[in-house]
Design a protein around this ligand. Structure first.
Ligand SMILES: [Zn+2]
Length: 435
């Protein structure tokens, strides 16, 4: 049996810990009819250990046409792993270029955690890659802690609009095809890379402290404007609480198709047309996805077991927005959800929920309640200093629950950090401190 490196026990068969990627240059062409993708990916990689003679990349379902750049004696591609045998070993710190040409019909990657990746829509495509879907559309080192800068170039039929992560640096129409170029300069985990293709129009949302836009079919524009009316206020509120928005821009993409859940990518979020509403359920999701730009995208977990560091903050941000927008206070929301959680089975450890429960709603709510407990046990001033320091110190990097505990100890003091233990490592739900 082949030795298969893995970076995360929750995602076996993804990621190679022996190297990282500094930059991805993805040059892609997409045929909407037939859902066919052709690409050339240039990866600038850096070895993290001495004597690396094999590089393993992740690429699912698509067919490798050629591998160039670094000198290889041979390569194999099976089971979603592209394994390169190097002609000469790499030493720690050495860089090399790997150029992979590939093509095929992209589809989601199925893992024990679920399905993720490239999905064909009625009209176009989306990429929703958390946690293991990045290899559905480009060869990568699929670990969240191998963050890189990206340039994504996509050629698509001219009647489609294409969005990817970062700043658009090119849009060139060549008869029936248009070539779009996007550059993501801040480091990005592979699962947060995305392209969105649809019959969209993009419009600026004015009054925001950063460049914010909506990407939506013209027929949905009225409902979009209503649903996203509070977007500027929401961004200012989160900047006040968590510090500056961490990226150059933010896009809210609304697919014409209905989507079960919205999803975050770096610098953009994707919502289904069914999620456009003024009701709390829709508004909380708009707040949730925006908050992921700070918690999840700028500050990213090292391993999936620590997902509560993303979802706890995003869920707590919903409650903070509820209070800021004149709805129920965060404390009211917290007490309602504590009551509901206390009636559910308490068999999940927040800090290590297991593969099957990693996206269980109990992890989200208990994560948010853990943050509320820290706030109640310290003070508002200390709690938001904690949140801002967390983002400022770790943005564009990766974190563990241990890093968070250390910061709680530093900012809020030892007794508060000790309280965290039961919330993160016990199954039983601790009492919330008094308001
Ligand atoms: Zn979330």
């Amino acid at each position: 049996m082949n030795h298969q490196p893995s970076a995360d026990p929750y995602l076996p068969g993804h990621g190679d810990p022996s190297y990282t990627v500094e930059h991805y240059d993805l040059d892609l062409e997409y045929a909407v009819i037939g859902n066919r993708l052709a690409g050339r990916a240039t990866l600038r990689i850096r070895a993290l250990a001495d004597g690396i003679d094999t590089l393993t990349l992740d690429l699912h379902h698509l067919k490798v046409v050629s591998v160039r750049g670094v000198r290889t004696t041979r390569y194999t591609h099976r089971g979603g792993r592209l394994v390169l045998k190097l002609a000469e070993s790499l030493y720690a710190g050495a860089t090399a270029e790997v150029i992979v040409t590939y093509r095929g019909v992209p589809k989601v990657v199925r893992d024990k955690v679920g399905e993720a990746g490239w999905e064909e829509l009625e009209e176009g495509a989306i990429v929703a890659a958390q946690p293991g879907g990045a290899p559905s559309w480009f060869p990568c080192n699929d670990r969240p802690d191998a963050k890189a800068s990206y340039r994504i170039t996509m050629s698509a039929p001219s009647d489609y609009y294409v969005v990817a992560n970062g700043v658009r640096t090119g849009r060139n129409r060549r008869s029936s095809q248009t070539v779009w170029t996007y550059e993501q300069r801040e480091p990005m985990a592979p699962y947060l890379a995305t392209v969105q293709i649809g019959q969209y129009a993009e419009h600026e949302i004015s009054g925001c402290s950063v460049a914010v836009s909506g990407v939506v079919a013209p027929s949905l524009r009225g409902r979009f404007d209503e649903a996203f009316a509070d977007q500027p206020r929401m961004i200012s509120e989160f900047e006040r609480l968590f510090g500056p928005y961490p990226f150059a821009n933010y896009r809210a993409v609304v697919t014409t198709d209905e989507l079960e859940i919205p999803l975050e990518a770096q610098g953009l979020s994707v919502f289904g047309s069914n999620l456009l509403g003024r009701d709390w359920e829709s508004q909380r999701l708009i707040a949730h996805e925006l908050a992921h730009q700070w918690f999840g995208n700028a500050v990213t977990l090292r391993q999936l077991r620590d997902i509560w560091l993303h979802e706890g903050f995003a869920c707590y941000s919903e409650w903070l927005w509820s209070e800021a927008s004149g709805n129920d206070t965060a404390d009211q929301r917290a007490r309602v959800h504590w009551g509901r959680l206390s009636e559910l089975k308490q068999d999940i450890v927040l800090g290590d929920p297991g593969i099957h429960d990693v996206f269980d709603d109990r992890v989200y709510k208990r994560g948010a309640l853990t943050l509320h407990a820290i706030r109640l046990a310290s003070s508002d001033a200390k709690f938001f200093e904690l949140a801002r320091t967390w983002v400022h110190r770790h943005r564009y990097g990766n974190v563990t629950t241990g890093d968070f505990e250390a910061l709680v100890r530093e900012v809020c003091g030892r007794p508060v950090a000790d309280l965290l233990d039961a919330w993160v490592y016990d199954e039983a739900l601790p009492e919330l401190p008094p308001a």
